[in-house]
Design a protein around this ligand. Sequence first.
Ligand SMILES: [Zn+2]
Length: 414
Amino acid sequence: MIATHQINHQRLWKTLMELGEIGSNPNRPEEGVTRLSLSLEDLKARQYTMDVMREAGLEVRVDSVGNVIGKLVGTDPLAPVVITGSHVDTVIQGGKFDGALGVLGAIEAVRSIIESGLKLTHSIEVISFTDEEGTRFGTGYIGSKAMVGCLEEDTFELKDENGITYAEAFKQAHLDPANYKLAQRSEEEVKAYIEMHIEQGRVLEDHQLSVGVVTDIQGPIWMEVQFQGHPDHAGATPMNMRRDAGLAMAELMIEVEKTAKKHGGVGTVGKVHIEPGGVNIIPGKSTLSIDLRHVNIELRANMVKELHQSISGICEKRNLTVNVELKKEVDPTSCSKEIARLIEESCAELQVPTMKLQCGAGHDSLIMTKLTKMGMIFVRSIDGLSHNPKEWTEKEDCMIGTQVLLNTLVKLAK
Ligand SMILES: [Zn+2]
């Protein structure tokens, strides 16, 4: 790798490891990192991020929804800004790289630009977005949604498992939920958004590549399906007289797999619940989650339509009633071809081999595309693991990804 403005990979690694200690128990490293949004751990991680930003020489501010923003002012302060970043909140027992690499790598890249003395026309903002993961309140992308102006007010009524509302969590973090609209940015003030993130899959590993250029991002639909049957005695109720909600759930799970395979998307049932839950009681009620994703919105709609038909068929056959609730719907999106080309050019000048790939997970970039043109750099994840204490990305890959980010930022902001 030959770089004109070289990043400091030791400094980057040090910050990744230090941030990774926040929210982890040194006596139980196998439990990974837990920094649920606006929890004490998350607030500490934000403070750490702000400290690193200030050390790097960035102007730091926190917007009205808690997005942490570090700015390198360009030679034309009125020119639209180039934004890069990710998030520092995690899932329960997550890892050290998901989100963190995108934030700390961006700070390192901008810090190296400052140190090189290179002057750029456009300002660059490094942003650590509030609540990307959505683990605590069941809905994510809060910071980026507010920034593009699509955060819904009733989000603040959501409660975490301790009964704390989002509004209360905001107040505890010294944020006023009534001011959430102030975080919105206009299209005119933003030039581009670029996010570096660990891949969370095994495609780059399979191709033995450190970094990849994302072309499209799959959009997730989350549904919750609840079948209602009758909880009869397992011994006294013949097979043909049953209204078994558990079997309906099992049948639907297979249908999710079938429809995903048929349309080239992905479908997952990750959460199931059966009631009353006795060995000798026929399940009277079953609840399951469905996560459907595709890069093509029409094909995804076909997947949803087919599942609704399956659900009706299952209910009719088994004499059940059903309730289907749409929990989340994010449109799939394509990355900017122009930014993808700049990332590829950066890889070429650094002599870093790369490939194009799709993104299966949701990211703030998916939301930011409503505001500006967007690009993503993926960095290899060992064994494709993420949202897992064993999540790992090698030091060298973090360095290469961050260097590619730096070169691309220079092209975008020059
Ligand atoms: Zn992430």
